[in-house]
Design a protein around this ligand. Structure first.
Ligand SMILES: Cc1cc2nc3c(=O)[nH]c(=O)nc-3n(C[C@H](O)[C@H](O)[C@H](O)COP(=O)(O)OP(=O)(O)OC[C@H]3O[C@@H](n4cnc5c(N)ncnc54)[C@H](O)[C@@H]3O)c2cc1C
Length: 451
């Protein structure tokens, strides 16, 4: 009999771990337990499903349980919740949520890939009917169904998921109010970039309440009727989407005594191994290391979850796999504006002890005479004494992703802005100007460096 591996959580991190481990060691007896009715779903696609661009929720799914079981040899059970981990006896307790049957499964090696849970604000009215969250496919189906009736929705939170939803709900014919208590949207962005995001949303009909604290959700007969702000302003809405961030779903790990760290994320080493050598953890339930500062951070993203899952699976199967850390590289889109960032913002760099210089440039992303180009703005955050690039933010058209990826690569390689300025980048009028915006930004940033 092969070694037994139990995986808790059947999406990005969990299935990456299970699939990688099985590829490396086909003799492993791996089984996956997933609480929801779906596995291998792209939560990242949920806004576009709710908005109607994607019609069938199954299109968000890349693998079904039968495929996992039959093609990959990994029995995978949906609607099964792991309720406890007994580390001493190496068993997990499982509840079949359909039948209510409870049973235990032994493991030699365990992977915790339980993801994250939406933060639930402790405000009066959050338990009213008409308050929604968006994390699982079921959440998406519920919300999509609701907006056939509810045409005035408040979104709590001006982070990237809240803003993607503002776009999608507006395009689906819903009147949207976004409430953000901080003084700007996407608060990691440069202030002027945040202002462009706000302007784009407002021009497309989204009502913005920035720097506005919501004090309670109003209701009648148990159903949402409005929002009340701390300034006692009341705005009538018939639904509320709470999107104020997530926290690691690390309760199972905590209950069995595993070490937790930053923001309650499970502490893992570079092989994704927890404080128990028989247990690995990966994805949104763990803390991670920042590649620049070396500090623990919590940046829950799908890219990281997939990679950490592969590392966990490889490691438990005996490979020397390791996950180096994150820069927090992200990209999103609101209406026609694309926003991308990597590395440290000015505030984060200062907090990490750097002497910071920053520059912002604006340039067309194609040759100026070629039709169809878009203005791109780049902000570079630089260590003033060494010239090392610490962070980059890019807003503009869809080309921002490729440019921020260059900056992410440069930061990872420890490059200075002088070295970036010497990069041999492409040029053709329909694609990029002769001096790419990357080179223009680097050449401006060089002027700020004072060794
Ligand atoms: C709307 C939305 C948009 C996003 N967009 C992007 C994007 O554009 N780019 C990007 O990089 N990231 C994006 N993300 C984040 C990305 O989806 C997550 O980082 C990624 O899904 C994390 O994968 P995971 O496997 O760690 O956790 P999850 O996807 O949360 O999966 C964990 C799974 O474990 C299950 N589970 C939890 N506890 C138990 C238990 N006790 N027993 C059994 N099963 C359990 C859960 O049901 C869940 O399905 C988005 C997220 C959302 C919600």
């Amino acid at each position: 009999m092969g070694e037994k591996v139990v995986v808790i959580g059947g999406t990005a991190a969990g299935l990456s771990a299970a699939s990688k481990a099985k590829r490396v060691r086909p003799d492993l007896e791996i089984e996956v337990y997933e609480r929801t009715g779906f596995i291998s779903y792209g939560a990242c696609g949920l806004p576009y499903f709710v908005g109607g661009m994607i019609e069938d929720p199954n299109e968000l799914v890349s693998l079904f349980p039968e495929e996992m079981s039959q093609k990959r040899g990994i029995p995978t059970y949906t609607r099964h919740e792991v309720t406890a981990i007994d580390r001493e006896n190496k068993v997990v307790s499982v509840t079949d949520l359909e039948s209510g049957r409870q049973f235990q499964r032994p493991y030699d090696k365990l992977v915790i890939a339980t993801g994250a849970s939406p933060i639930r604000l402790p405000l009066p009215g959050m338990d009213l009917e008409g308050v929604y969250y968006l994390r699982t496919v079921e959440d998406g189906i519920y919300l999509k169904d609701a907006i056939t009736q509810k045409k005035h929705i408040a979104i709590l939170g001006g982070g990237f998921i809240g803003l993607e939803m503002a776009e999608e709900l507006t395009q689906a014919g819903v009147e949207v109010h976004v409430f953000e208590q901080l003084p700007r949207l996407l608060p990691f962005l440069e202030e002027s970039f945040s202002a462009v995001v706000a302007q784009t949303l407002a021009e497309n009909g989204v009502h913005l309440h920035i720097g506005t604290e919501v004090s309670r959700i109003l209701g009648s007969d148990g159903v949402v009727t409005g929002i009340e702000t701390a300034q006692r302003e009341q705005i009538p809405v018939d639904g509320v989407l709470a999107s104020v961030g997530v926290r690691p779903a690390s309760q199972l790990a905590a209950a069995c005594g595993l070490k937790l760290g930053f923001k309650g994320g499970i502490v893992v080493d570079e092989h994704q191994r927890t404080s128990d050598p028989s247990i690995w953890a990966c994805g949104d339930c763990v803390e991670m290391k920042h590649l620049i500062t070396g500090e623990a951070v919590y940046v829950p993203l799908g890219t990281t979850a997939n990679k950490q899952g592969r590392v966990a699976g490889g490691s438990l199967a005996g490979e020397e796999a390791s996950f180096p850390g994150v820069l927090g590289s992200m990209v999103t889109k609101v209406f026609q504006l694309y926003i991308a960032a990597t590395g440290l913002s000015q505030e984060q760099a200062r907090a990490a002890g750097y002497q910071v210089a920053s520059t912002i440039i604006r340039k067309r992303d194609r040759a100026s005479y070629y039709p169809g180009g878009t203005d791109t703005q780049i902000c570079l955050v630089v260590d003033q004494s060494s010239g090392r690039l610490l962070g980059a933010q890019v807003i503009g058209g869809s080309t921002v992703a490729g440019r921020v990826n260059v900056f992410a690569t440069a930061i990872t390689a420890g490059m200075t802005v002088a070295q970036i300025n010497e990069l041999d980048l492409v040029y053709a009028p329909p694609v990029a100007p002769v001096y790419d915006p990357i080179l223009i930004a680097a050449s401006q940033a060089i002027k700020l460096v004072h060794p």
